[in-house]
Design a protein around this ligand. Structure first.
Ligand code: NAD
Length: 438
């Protein structure tokens, strides 16, 4: 929260000016007392934002008071569903700034496409709201850093939607890795082989569908005619809005590798790949890619494949910690130990496969609500989201530039390569600008 009301007024005025708006000032969100109701506003209601909201509403004291979407068709559908479930009408918005201005909202879920994470998250922090923002934290490293700074500057609870962070079986597997039982870990494999994306032919541009504020959907992204391929869901495959499987699944799986190895940034990154499987399909992002991150005494490998599902260890996604004595393999449903064998004997005791509960998203959204009340750091604060988004973006930048990148957190980013460094920065379409925090 700003240190004084005056600071806050100054920032809000600056923000409004940057957007070409009149300087109407949001009130600071109230502090939520431990037993108090938490009033939630959801921005971006189509898919994951809706899943996050319905998960939060399973908790006593959590109520939805507002929904916002630039597609009025989706907004109506979701508000009807919510009314059916709860018997109550909520306030509907098409402009997320109005939802953030709404004094009845305590906490905001940001469920918009990736290019629309940074501004709502930062504005919400500035308005004194707590924020649950979907992964990847943002589309550029610069925006990620700004969200981290905003959470600190305004003293907000920010939980990123990497929900594995609240899953007990992930934690148990990582405790096992960190206990040293599999010996020295020399590499970690992370992957997503997803059996979708093969039926994605180019399609012609179309008139903007009725009820859609397309200019507001594009927001800070480059202007272009409406094309359904780039819209709901499949925006993921275009650099203007997202980063393909690398930021979609990579943000989940590489996060586990960083957590297990207790690291935040690589020394260097190399990548190779292309649209090798389905060269005629639409989209910018590669259907096939391998990225290697170096940390000096171990490496992390990311591997993605769109349109096939036979990944390593016959799992379509997962993380494998490869130690001298055995390998720990984990995915969303289970984890297991694969012992090395020497002279007919296991080097690590065999143990049964350990299964997850399948309720990790509910644990994660519950953790967010608990932290709003306790003001403790949540399981996946903005820094954790930033660190894995950094990895995803560096992987994509290494792929796009075809260069080995050297990264230095303390020396301003990618060392010695201005064209690669430019891809770490936000390039917003006017009138949108990155807010200044003070
Ligand atoms: N944590 C997870 O497991 C998980 C799973 C799926 C998606 N996600 C993330 O959730 C985000 C959304 O993905 P999705 O699949 O739900 O996308 P989607 O395209 O289905 O839904 C996004 C919604 O946001 C709306 N929107 C776009 N711009 C807006 C704006 N300025 N204001 C208000 N609404 C706006 C769209 O109209 C759409 O209804 C992505 O960042 C994605 O990476 C996370």
């Amino acid at each position: 929260m700003p240190s004084s009301r005056r600071d806050f007024l100054h920032q809000s005025t600056h923000l409004a000016a940057g957007l070409g708006l009149s300087a109407t000032l949001p009130e600071l969100g109230r502090s939520v007392a431990p037993s108090d109701t938490i009033r939630i506003g959801l921005i971006g209601v189509n898919n994951m934002g809706w899943a996050d909201l319905t998960s939060m509403l399973k908790n006593a004291g959590a109520v939805c008071v507002a929904l916002c979407d630039v597609d009025s068709n989706v907004l109506k559908k979701r508000s009807d569903e919510l009314e059916k479930q709860t018997g109550k009408k909520v306030t509907l918005y098409n402009d997320f700034r109005k939802l953030i201005d709404d004094k009845t909202v305590d906490a905001v879920i940001v469920g918009t496409p990736d290019h629309w994470h940074c501004l709502p998250a930062v504005y919400a922090c500035q308005a004194g709201k707590d924020v649950y923002v979907e992964k990847p934290l943002a589309t550029t490293i610069e925006e990620c850093d700004l969200i981290v700074a905003a959470a600190k500057r305004y003293n907000r609870i920010v939980q990123v939607g990497q929900w594995q962070r609240s899953g007990p079986h992930w934690k148990a597997a990582l405790d096992y890795v960190q206990s040293g039982k599999i010996g020295r870990v020399r590499s970690v494999k992370t992957w997503a082989f997803m059996n979708y994306g093969k039926e994605f032919p180019p399609r012609p541009n179309e008139p903007v569908p009725a009820g859609v504020d397309y200019d507001m959907w594009l927001g800070p992204a480059p202007g272009r005619p409406f094309n359904r391929n780039r819209f709901h869901g499949t925006f993921r495959y275009y650099w203007d809005y997202a980063g393909g499987l690398m930021t979609d699944w990579g943000a989940h799986m590489i996060d586990i590798a960083l957590w297990g190895m207790n690291v935040t940034a690589p020394n260097s990154v190399v990548a190779t790949g292309g649209k090798f499987g389905f060269p005629d399909q639409d989209g910018d992002t590669p259907d096939t890619m391998q990225v290697v991150y170096d940390y000096g005494n171990f490496s992390i490998l990311w591997e993605q494949s769109l349109g096939t599902m036979r990944g390593p260890y016959d799992r379509d996604h997962g993380v494998a910690f490869i130690g001298n004595l055995g390998t720990v393999v984990i995915d969303r449903s289970k984890w297991e130990v694969l012992p090395e064998v020497e002279q007919g004997r296991y080097l690590v005791p065999a143990q049964p496969i350990q299964y997850g509960s399948g309720r990790d998203l509910d644990s994660h959204t519950r953790n967010f609500l608990e932290c709003i009340r306790s003001r403790q750091q949540p399981n996946c604060p903005a820094e954790v989201g930033r660190n894995v988004a950094l990895h995803s973006h560096l992987g994509n930048i290494a792929y796009r530039t075809g260069k080995k990148l050297t990264w230095h957190n303390d020396q301003g980013g990618i060392v010695g390569d201005t064209s690669a460094q430019a891809l770490t920065k936000a390039h917003y379409r006017a009138p949108w600008v990155l807010p200044k925090l003070s």
